[in-house]
Design a binder for this molecule. Structure first.
Ligand code: HEM
Length: 485
């Protein structure tokens, strides 16, 4: 049907004569290669997918804003925190970790909590989870860990043997395993969970003085979780349950909000604290370092287009602004490489120029060219440095804060190896009913493990965290606590 005012065009803008019938030799065909509209249409369709994220593939996003509610300028010179009441636009993406794009939302898995603040001094990303800790504490173990969470290379099935083999041989995972197997392992919705930066970061003020910090986003909706049975039922009936919940809440004006807090540790405490504060398997006691309010995040606008905004969004813990630096955390250090490398592969070298990722202030540098460079590519402006053409220059006051280091370059483990106290504390914090649900979940998850040695090794870790914890898991699995524990 023809519509003179709204003509269908090819991607090169020419009106399309027929979008229902390909050009054929006579009514029976064959089809002629001269149908360039058909060729273009089929070829473009073949290229509709970019690689999904290797982890955190399934997710949902939303736009919103952050409002600073506390004057913390004595700790950080970050411009978006420079004045109470200052608002900064942001984009957030929530996700599960292990499942593919299209997998069910209501699985037991950490949830990604990635926020991009479009600040006046560039983008700042906090790429955290809904858990304050992680399974491992050295980036070198991440690919192996994720292999155990993904599918077996032969059967293409999830593999509990690998999961528990790896965890039982990596006791640093015990704290996070306890968290994941507990009630918070399956949030009711993305709106009903907290978010954490998880790692230690450094804030630096205008005088160059630093402090170590950890971020906590506290949901104003309250924490709500799903039980294993309800979650399984929802996963079958509506695998996109969390995605739908977020979209619908925002669409009807029920805007979810979180308060952002930080824990602040003086730099010198890092040398004397009772464990290594850069170890991401540990939380800092809130008695030692209480929560200090920073601001409020509100999500008030849905994306217009899922692919353009959510799929092409690229977050990295290395996307920093002046006033925020990294810490020596060995996981965080590895992540500084992994993310933009993934983005260059998944989205392309110019991913930061896409509308969802581009900073709201102007980008001025000497990078040019590359695939899909779709802006004016710097035009005729100066394209090298140093130059005598008044090109953009560095601002030394924005160098990363200096950090003294010492020691021999070597492959060395963390020297703090208490994997049990905080995991046990978390167990003891649970009431009897929550403990019972925790044990049931763990027993259910470990039952399919074929090798008793793996089960006993893991039971030993639970036992060391709290003897009752270990005994109850052992009883549930019909095993006895190993002598050597
Ligand atoms: C996504 C690597 C640890 C949170 C990703 C992606 C990679 C990756 C390659 C996909 C990025 C993309 O394609 O856009 C790693 C490595 C880690 C690590 C190598 C350890 C060395 C962590 C930790 C957290 C975390 C500790 C949380 C505290 C996330 C989140 C996403 C993500 C939230 C999804 C971001 C989005 O929504 O686009 N990770 N990760 N990761 N990771 Fe990690």
């Amino acid at each position: 049907m023809s519509n003179e005012k709204n003509k269908l065009t090819t991607s090169w803008g020419a009106p399309v004569g027929d979008n229902q019938n390909s050009i054929t030799a006579g009514s029976r065909g064959p089809t002629l290669i001269q149908d360039v509209h058909l060729l273009e249409k089929l070829a473009h369709f073949n290229r509709e997918r970019v690689p999904e994220r290797v982890v955190h593939a399934k997710g949902a996003g939303a736009h919103g804003y952050f409002e600073a509610t506390n004057d913390l300028t004595k700790y950080t010179k970050a411009k978006f925190l420079s004045e109470v009441g200052k608002r900064t636009p942001l984009f957030i993406r929530f996700s599960t970790v292990a499942g593919e794009n299209g997998s069910a939302d209501t699985v037991r898995d950490p949830r990604g909590f990635a926020v991009k603040f479009y600040t006046e001094e560039g983008n700042y990303d906090i790429v955290g989870n809904n858990t304050p800790i992680f399974f491992i504490r050295d980036a070198i173990k991440f690919p192996d860990f994720i292999h155990t969470q993904k599918r077996h290379p032969q059967t293409h099935l999830k593999n509990p043997n690998a999961v528990w083999d790896f965890w039982s041989l990596s006791p640093e995972s015990l704290h996070q395993v306890t968290y994941l197997m507990g009630d918070r392992g399956i949030p009711a919705t993305f709106r009903h969970m907290h978010g954490f930066g998880s790692h230690t970061f450094k804030w630096t003020n205008a005088d160059g003085d630093g402090v170590w910090i950890k971020y906590h986003f506290k949901t104003e909706q309250g924490v709500q979780n799903l039980t294993e049975d309800v979650a399984a039922q929802i996963a079958g009936e509506n695998p996109d349950y969390h995605t739908e919940d977020l979209f619908n809440a925002i669409e009807k004006g029920d805007f979810p909000a979180w308060k952002l807090y930080v824990q602040i540790m003086p730099l010198e405490d890092a040398d004397t604290y009772r464990f290594d504060p850069f170890d991401v398997t540990k939380t800092w006691s809130q008695k030692d370092y209480p929560l200090i309010e920073v601001g409020r995040m509100v999500l008030d606008r849905n994306p217009e287009n899922y692919f353009a905004e959510v799929e092409q969004a690229t977050f990295s813990p290395g996307t920093l602004v002046p006033g925020v630096d990294v810490s020596p955390d060995k996981m965080l250090q590895g992540r500084l490489f992994a993310y933009h490398d993934a983005h260059r592969y998944r989205v392309g070298a110019n991913h930061q120029a896409l509308p969802i990722n581009r900073p709201r202030n102007s980008v001025k540098n000497y990078q040019r060219d590359g695939q899909m460079r779709f802006d004016n590519n710097g035009g005729g402006s100066v394209y090298y440095e140093p130059n005598s053409h008044s090109g953009p220059t560095e601002s030394p006051q924005n160098k990363q804060a200096a950090y003294p280091v010492s020691g021999s370059a070597d492959s060395v483990a963390y020297d703090h190896n208490d994997h049990y106290t905080q995991a046990g504390d978390l167990y003891r914090l649970m009431d009897q009913e929550e403990r019972t649900r925790l044990i049931k979940t763990i027993v259910g998850a470990m039952k399919p493990v074929e090798n008793d040695e793996i089960k006993l090794r893991q039971i030993g870790h639970f036992y060391k965290a709290d003897p009752e914890y270990g005994k109850r898991v052992a009883d549930g699995l019909g095993l006895t606590i190993p002598q050597e524990v």
